[in-house]
Design a binder for this molecule. Sequence first.
Ligand code: SF4
Ligand code: SF4
Length: 140
Amino acid sequence: MVYIDKNELRENNSKDVYPTKDILGRPIKDLSNTEWWGIPRKEIEWYPRIDYERCIGCGLCFFTCSGRVVYDWDFEKMRPVVARPYNCMVGCDTCAKMCPRDAILFPPLGYLRKLRDKAQAIVQSRQRLRELREKICTSK
Ligand code: SF4
Ligand code: SF4
C-alpha cells in the first residue's frame, strides 16, 4: 500500500486528479509537463531508480526530497516508491548521496552533459543573464 489518502489530502482541487499534499503535508505539484531548457521534461530520463535488493527502508530519501516530493512511502513494505519521477530536478542526485546503501541509481554524468549540450543550456543561460542585466540596468 502506498500511503496517499486521496480524500484527506486533496484540497482545493476542483478536477480532483492529483493529490495536493502528501502524508507529511508537503505540497505536491505535477512538474511532468514542464520543460528543462526547452526540452520536455518527460523526454528526459533523469529520476531515481531504487535497487530494492540493497534498500534497507531507512526513509532518508523520502524525507530528503521535500521540495519536489518525488517519493511516496509504502508502509506495508516499508520502502520508498518513486511516485513522481518527472518531478525530479534534472541534475539533482541528493537523495542518492544521502542513501546509506547506495541503493538509488541515476544515469551517468555523461548523459546529463550530453543533454546540457543538446539543449544549448549554456548559450541560453548566458542569453538570460544578458537580458536580466539589460532589464536591471534600464530600470535604474
Ligand atoms: S535512502 Fe536508500 S536505503 Fe534508505 S530508504 Fe531510501 S533507498 Fe532505501
Ligand atoms: S535527486 Fe533531488 S529532486 Fe530528485 S528525487 Fe532525489 S532529492 Fe528529489
